[in-house]
Design a protein around this ligand. Structure first.
Ligand code: ITT
Length: 199
């Protein structure tokens, strides 16, 4: 961690290191955690990625490795898009699939498919001296017929949350309240509030 990040973190007592190389994830997490008085500082999670068929396992193991390295409370998040008619694909491969074929690749795979239900899942691992705790968040929805532009990142242009007619990329404020990430980080925020009251 560079000196500037260390200095910033010292000046915010409720600051937590969030290991991610995805700046969109970091920005969303910061917005969600603000009302809980938690400030995050992000840093790329270099060299601590593992392969597993469970996002929870990926987040947990990375958090354990990272805590051994940094010796301070930290967060690691693994998330993915799970499409029912593709038996949960791309799931843990969401990043690699997005990098290779993007939203267009998923739309192609579903071209003749009427069953378009899908979910986003987020597994957030918090590591401190007591061990690792997992906070999970899920949002159900469906894959759009075509890509819509707008805000967001990754599969946001093709994921329509249940109860809405537009994809996340067109409804960013809704995304920030009901996404998989909002749900996982909010339960982490509530946990931190309870913890600070116990002190
Ligand atoms: P880190 O592992 O460094 O945190 P990453 O982008 O590799 O960043 P993940 O492996 O957790 O993060 O995410 C897998 C991919 O799933 C991600 O790259 C996006 O393409 C997609 N994804 C995750 N959350 C998303 C969201 O809220 N909206 C759209 N796509 C999302």
């Amino acid at each position: 961690m560079n000196k500037r990040t260390k200095r910033k973190m010292r000046s915010h007592p409720n600051s937590i290191l969030f290991l991610t190389s995805n700046r969109h994830k970091a920005a969303e997490a910061q917005t969600i955690l603000k009302p809980f008085g938690v400030r995050i500082f992000s840093k790329p999670a270099k060299g601590i990625e593992i392969q597993s068929d469970s996002i929870e396992e990926v987040a947990r193991v990375c958090a354990v490795f990272a805590y051994k390295r940094f010796r301070r409370p930290l967060l690691v998040e693994d998330s993915g898009l799970f499409v029912d008619s593709l038996n949960g694909f791309p799931g843990v491969y969401s990043r690699a699939v997005y990098d290779q074929v993007g939203c267009a690749g998923i739309l192609r795979l579903l071209a003749q498919e009427r069953r378009r239900s899908a979910k986003f899942v987020c597994a957030l691992a918090y590591a401190d001296s007591k061990g690792v705790r997992i906070f999970k968040g899920t949002v159900f929805g469906k894959i759009a017929l075509r890509k819509s532009f707008g805000a967001g990142f990754g599969y946001d242009p093709i994921f329509i949350p249940m109860g809405y007619s537009k994809p996340f990329s067109k409804i960013p404020t809704i995304k920030s309240t009901l996404s998989h990430r909002a749900r996982a980080f909010e339960s982490f925020g509530r946990y931190m509030l309870k913890k600070s009251k116990r002190l």
